[in-house]
Design a protein around this ligand. Sequence first.
Ligand SMILES: Nc1ncnc2c1ncn2[C@@H]1O[C@H](COP(=O)(O)OP(=O)(O)O)[C@@H](O)[C@H]1O
Ligand SMILES: [Mg+2]
Length: 424
Amino acid sequence: MAEKLGTHPHDKHYLDYYDIMSNVLRLAIVDPDDTTREAIKSMLLGMDMIWLEAECSRYEFFSDVVAQTNPDIGLVVIDSHKDKALNLITSVSESSPECAILVVSGSSDGNLILQAIRAGAKEFLTQPLHVEELLGALGRISERRFGRSDASKPRGSQVIAVAGSTGGVGTTSVAVNLACAMAKEEVNSVALVDLDLCLGDADVQLDTIPEYTLVDVAQNVSRLDFSLLKRSLTKHSSGVYLLPRPVQLEDVSLITPENVQRVLGLMKASFSHLIVDLSKSYSPVDIAALKLASDILMVTQLDLPCLRNMVRLMASFKEMEGVVDKVKVVVNRAGLENGQITLKKAQETIGKDIFWQLPNDYRTMIEVRNNGIPLCEQAPKAAITHSIASLSEVLMGRELTGSVASGAKKLGRLFSFLPSKGEK
Ligand SMILES: Nc1ncnc2c1ncn2[C@@H]1O[C@H](COP(=O)(O)OP(=O)(O)O)[C@@H](O)[C@H]1O
Ligand SMILES: [Mg+2]
């Protein structure tokens, strides 16, 4: 892998290069107790504002860890040995005053809190940790470090997981072309992650031969920094950064839900939009992405097998906290006349509104696929291209305007013959 550029967020070069992610806090944690450390780690891994820089299981070594890695936050769980931990806080706050110390303890004893604050701690949280309290403390540290967040800067990242109701339904086509449509806007930085670990073909659709794949990044995630990450991705001429599936089948098992979560967490800090193309196996890796996503596009067609799968999938999603509410149903190949079920019937069956319809355009889609050129380059005037562009606008929270709106209107006409109301 390439060499590191600058690894510290305060390094000038680093900031210029990754301006967009300057509000990420790098954190090092020390806790001799594996159970609580793991629990806190898994909470932190889901937070896009946090990059877990280092972890340590001995109070004695933590000063050195902080000196070497220069984190913004040192999280110290003090319960294993309060005196050692308090001494550590004193020494870290003297030797690394830039590092804000956040103390976590099972005790809420006022005396202990006072001692920790006197030793130099900036925040004190009691176990079991609540996400909101942790976020509150991190937010205060972030504010002290970076000032109030500037509203003109992009805040957070939108993660769009694209899943499908059966193989060949158009998941990858939607993911790839949506990513390209989003990347057309200069303010956006867009990455496409292929999580169809065995059979993914996002790289083929973009006609790229990537140097690194998800397995390289996943295996190195604990020592990856932003510059290394960006150089591990392949930049397509559309502006989309691609992270493809592993080349070798045997590498698939090296990719765990936990490291996918970390990779996506790091990427969230680096890109304004992450599009994740899922497999149809709904594996723990796919589920990790669904949980992390801000929106889930469920691509389906209007036939019986697809809708039956949709019903089953939605039932399972309901068991996963927050997942079902993020689902947006996208009907692909609308207008295809092979025993299609009406939209109304489909909505009733799935129990969700149809969020979007993409027209059937076999000829264009096959060209796009065979040439490895995205829709916006290969067929900029096609109805399907306009429809994807409008979908991208709507997902970015925009009102449809100008040419995009007229494209959408054209689509409206295109769909006016579809049996959207009543029976077919
Ligand atoms: N709107 C569409 N109209 C016609 N063909 C389509 C459309 N969307 C996708 N296809 C075609 O369907 C096939 C499967 O698409 P793909 O995106 O690979 O599906 P998946 O990722 O769900 O397996 C491809 O040949 C693709 O060109
Ligand atoms: Mg696919």
